[in-house]
Design a protein around this ligand. Sequence first.
Ligand SMILES: *[C@@H]1O[C@H](CO)[C@@H](O)[C@H](O)[C@H]1NC(C)=O
Ligand SMILES: *[C@@H]1O[C@H](CO)[C@@H](O)[C@H](O)[C@H]1NC(C)=O
Length: 253
Amino acid sequence: MAVTLWIFLAFQVLGASSEVRQFFLKQASGQDCQTLQLGESWISHSIFECQLQCMSRYSENCQSVVYNSQTRNCTPGSIAFGPIEKVATSIPETGSSDKLYYVRQPIPPCNTSNNFALYDVCGTSACLYLSTSRAEDYDDARTLCRQMNSRLFIGTTMAKFSLFWYTSKTYINADTLIGLQDIKVEGNFVWENGEPLSDEQYQYIWLPNEPNNSRGKQDCAAALHALYPTKFGLCDGSCHKSRYFICERSEEF
Ligand SMILES: *[C@@H]1O[C@H](CO)[C@@H](O)[C@H](O)[C@H]1NC(C)=O
Ligand SMILES: *[C@@H]1O[C@H](CO)[C@@H](O)[C@H](O)[C@H]1NC(C)=O
């Protein structure tokens, strides 16, 4: 698992002001960045304690907090790209002394050979290759990424998954593979870096009634933009279908 460098440089906003949204939107306009509540609030003695506790409880999914300096209520949050169907409550954006703080995400280095480029959505960036033709199947997509010193995209946080969704929808707009499959053990979805799909991500990334292993042969996750042009969420599909794909390059390669 990659070690994340947390940057303790949160910046304060009064409510979720449009200025901050502008900041996050500046590199990819027309999208809808949202803050999502990750769980129950608790009491923290300072904003820093609030952020630390949020990160220790929710690790990389903690990307924003709401802190009230009077009640000392700390509410953990994430950032994602909508429409969001499955995450129940969003962080309250108004309220006398509730303030929203974003936790800034580090920008990864990007070696742009083989047409890789840095893409950014809602303040989260990754170094990506968006395929311009279909891979024969999941294995082929995996191999093509590997040959370019990269691997199939992994969406281990809501924000990173949002980045996948935004780039596949906006630039590919056809059925796109993501690096997530349950080939070895049915129902145990695993990202390409070996990390199991977390319960939190499970709630967030699938379409309703998915994954359903329809006809017993659906082990590879994909965004089916052709079949569901207006929906947000993955389906499990056949690993032997020809689809577009997104590779991600990071320092580990
Ligand atoms: C960038 O990647 C290419 C191909 O993967 C490699 O040959 C090259 O050395 C890399 N450049 C740098 C500066 O790391
Ligand atoms: C599984 O999902 C597919 C769409 O991907 C749908 O057509 C099918 O009816 C679903 N099967 C079950 C058993 O829910």
